[in-house]
Write a protein that binds this ligand. Sequence first.
Ligand SMILES: [Zn+2]
Length: 274
Amino acid sequence: MTTGSNGILRIALGRIALVMCGLLPSLALAAEPVVLCPGQVVYPSPDGRVLGHIPYPEVPASDLVTAPRGFAIGLPCQVQRDVLPDLTRLLAAAAAAPGVGPRLRAVSCFRSIAHQRSVFCSQIGPHRKCRDAAERARSVGPPGHSEHATGYAIDFGIRPEAGCGDVNPCMAMTPTGQWLLAHAREFGFELSFPAGNAQGVTWEPWHWRWVGTAVTAPGAVKARLAFTRARTNFPASPGINDVSDYWLIPPRSVIAPPSVAPATSPFISLPPSP
Ligand SMILES: [Zn+2]
């Protein structure tokens, strides 16, 4: 038996004891625990979310293409093939806009689930940004629960930084951030995590997901299906509200309503393995 499975067994036994003592609802036993990082084990909410985040599969590598040259700041920016035409148009429009110019860049695009685990776990623990997975999940999706795995999400950045660092809410106050808020929808992008979102995720004016300008746009149905749960229960803002895609949204009774508080989902944190 591995250290991880030992940890899960300990947690399960502990939860059974808590349920027997009446301290936890029996429903909590139904979900399987998820090991996010060493010592960080969480229980999904009854609706399948982990610390407020919706699960997403990883896009096949064959569906990814590399974004235009000079767009990525660090690692090459890969996106779903269907995103590229609108992204190219958006970058051209941004480059021509006064005050925005060629400074719109990509901080992060597609991230594999393995890479997401590295990003998520690297800042948890003593002397790091976050004390546990719940705190980290306020601003970063847990592995397997990030829009970046779909290849449709882009974290935009500005170069030079002009007084506002990457992945910082101050981006919304910059001319570039203002331009995105005003025009990104014209290119099929919507803001996944607006201020005060019910998911409990930090306001991220840099994180945009592509769903196409209209449901008839090539690839838009596929993208909108990938984000059905998010768009139904936690609408983007600015969002793309295309009434013609109402048929992609299942009845509310099919999707669990956002009645379970995010980030306060039952979770147990274990000390890191030696
Ligand atoms: Zn992002």
